[in-house]
Design a protein around this ligand. Sequence first.
Ligand code: AMP
Ligand code: MG
Length: 349
Amino acid sequence: MRKFSLSLLALAVTLPLLSCNGEQEQRAEFFVFGTMVEIVVRDTDHQTASIAFAELQQRFTAMHRDWHAWEHGELTALNLAFSEQRSMEVSPGIRYLIQRSQELEALSGGRFNAAMGAMIGLWGFHTSVFPVTDPVPSNEAIGFLLDAAPSASDIIFDGDSAFSHNRFVQLDFGAIAKGHATDLAIELLARHGIDEALVNAGGDLMAVGGTDENPWMVGVRRPGGGLIGGIEITGSEAVFTSGADQRYLLQTGRRYPHILDPFTGMPVQGVASVTVISDSGLLADAAATALMVAGRDSWLEVIQAFGLEAVMLVDDQGEVFVTPAMKERLIPESGTELQLTVVEVPSEG
Ligand code: AMP
Ligand code: MG
């Protein structure tokens, strides 16, 4: 059996490699979105791959700059405009992310909320250094922002300009940026005629062009370390995981994960990770975050609302809950057995 590994090399170079069935693979790596992004393409000549990789790196760097929630760029300028009750012209990229965030907020019953950047900043999560060791915010500060109730639906467009009726709206696309970027990366590669590709942003990934004979093999990380199992991707699919174990605030021995429940302003509890397979990176990314907020109590509701099939939730005791469609997809590492609790998704209506 093949070994599932998401190898990360440190250099942004293209290396011709041979895949399992002898097809030529080429890769590139670069550091964006606080993570190493690895691109692997198959069956493409070196020159085409090199040009596509260079363009991709440029696009990723621009997305990182434009969508950053706290480093100076287009999004921080827009957030400042919202707080000063000014309207500001926005790029089509940001406009698209706002519109999708409005839809996703509604679809998730408010569990996904890209407008609560102020709350995320209040918890100290606008940083690249983890764990955060700031004090836990006061109930007053959290209560104030809860009362302000920022929502992506507070944003309106007039031509190319955006305005927020609520000056406490502060956009943070941390829960969808990687998903949208992987979708765009796959599109960009297709424009270069590359339709066998894997775009892996630190374990969150999208792959296209795998076949039954030569699928893309990816590993699903176990919270705390190791792998739960592997997944073979044929066709076009994204696999996204949200987790509580890597980014959190640590105070008096207690961990407060970086994913917040918009209804309480508090970090999610009880769930260690959620993994979603979907044909859209953006949807998988948003859904994984919303499902972290939903937890075991209401994850099925969110699965239905998003129309998802293959979902896995690991609780804080390490118990692995899967939908039947996810069970079908998971492959144990050789010599191990999967310990899964299968949960049926009730059919609606
Ligand atoms: P992810 O790793 O995709 O789950 O995204 C987590 C990031 O999304 C956090 O670091 C925050 O920037 C942001 N975030 C946290 N909670 C939420 C939420 N409930 N809805 C939308 N974005 C969130
Ligand atoms: Mg997400």
